[in-house]
Design a protein around this ligand. Structure first.
Ligand code: NAD
Length: 333
């Protein structure tokens, strides 16, 4: 019989429960040996639903697992992931990877030292429309990205840059084969006290420019990216997993634009992400989204936060008494 890996999910709130469901569906490859949550009721409820064992302290899993998903609030990612990596356990860590790039670097080093898998939960990489876009986009020159959400009481331990924009930063960095040369950004705390809406302009050394907007205080949900390159424009809707490509064709009299709506088989990005992790763990292969790419996104996120900090500093004189900026950012190093 093929080898199975023993897996546990640490943190089974909203998203961790979904991780646990996906693992439990991979019956041939995975034995879900437990779910952990400091909220005992939550751990018991999810364990009962998935016929596994509840735990309230992740350290009880030492020696009992080959791999874990860390799906707890961001500030706890580093401590929990480091604990498991140091015990030789493969780790899938949710986005944002850690609370700052230096923690991410330490996790990467620990995973290298132990020879274990460290994969980051940057889910949009597994969106089939994004995969198509990464095949088609060769020389991007201008990128527009919007990720807008209505307000929710979850993930308020982070600002919108770490909470939502991190996905778009990662996708943009995966499309543009060049270094970020300049960052100019603005952001505003609206409801949570931390930055809730932000817009960043990234200029790459090769001349490409990306405008990225993320909001968690919008009326309507929207998740789109548009990429312009010579003779082609491609637009992807992350939610519907649809893409449109406009091609410039040289007609007899004048150039025309032709629309292509490629057929994309709808996918389950979380299942694909978890399958990729299980595969890397079973085969000891490098993961599809390694820690280095989680850290790279955090480094750009940090530059965006620094730039927003400067914008707010400039606006301080007319914000005084209107806005309390003391909590505007998640801690950065
Ligand atoms: P949540 O608040 O619903 O769940 C977090 C759970 O972790 C809670 O049940 C809490 O009791 C538990 N917890 C806290 N500290 C713990 C500890 N030390 N040990 C064990 N359990 C602990 O939050 P969520 O929305 O599920 O988000 C969790 C993580 O998943 C965050 O990092 C978030 O950014 C990420 N997330 C990613 C995506 C994505 O698209 N990739 C989507 C949603 C959330």
């Amino acid at each position: 019989m093929a080898r199975k890996i023993k897996v546990a999910v640490i943190g089974v709130g909203h998203f961790g429960r979904l991780h646990a469901i996906k693992f439990s569906e991979l019956k041939k490859e995975v034995e879900l040996v437990g779910v952990v949550d400091i909220n005992r009721e939550r751990a018991v409820a999810v364990a009962r639903e998935l016929d596994t064992t509840p735990y309230t302290d992740y350290r009880e899993l030492a020696g009992r697992v080959d791999a874990v998903s860390v799906v707890t609030p961001t500030v706890t990612h580093y401590r929990i992931a480091r604990y498991f990596l140091s015990k030789g356990v493969d780790v899938l860590i949710e986005k944002p990877m850690t609370a700052n790039p230096s923690e991410a670097e330490k996790l990467i080093k620990e995973a290298e030292k132990r020879g274990v898998v460290l994969q980051v939960g940057l889910l949009e990489r597994f969106n089939p429309a994004v995969r198509l876009m990464r095949e088609k986009v060769r020389t991007p020159l201008f990128i527009e990205s919007q990720r807008l959400s209505p307000f929710s009481s979850r993930a308020l331990d982070t600002d919108v840059i770490y909470d939502l924009m991190i996905h778009d930063i990662d996708i943009v960095l995966s499309l543009v084969d060049s270094d970020v040369e300049m960052v100019d950004a603005v952001g505003v705390p609206v409801i949570s006290g931390k930055i809730d809406i932000a817009s960043a302009r990234l200029r790459f050394r090769n001349g490409c420019v990306a405008n990225i907007t993320a909001s968690r205080v919008s009326r309507e949900r929207q998740r789109r990216i548009r990429v312009f390159q010579p003779c082609t424009y491609m637009s992807v809707d992350y939610d519907t997993q649809r893409a449109t490509i406009m091609h410039l064709k040289q007609g007899e009299e004048r150039p025309t634009l032709e629309k292509e709506s490629p057929r994309i088989k709808k996918g389950d990005p979380l299942m694909e992400e978890i399958k990729a992790f299980v595969d890397a763990s079973l085969k000891g292969l490098p993961p599809r989204v390694p820690g280095t790419e989680g850290k790279r996104a955090l480094e750009v996120a940090k530059k965006i936060k620094n730039s927003i900090g400067l914008s707010l500093e400039r606006a301080r004189h007319h914000l005084e008494g209107v806005l309390d900026l003391s909590q505007a950012f998640t801690d950065v190093d």
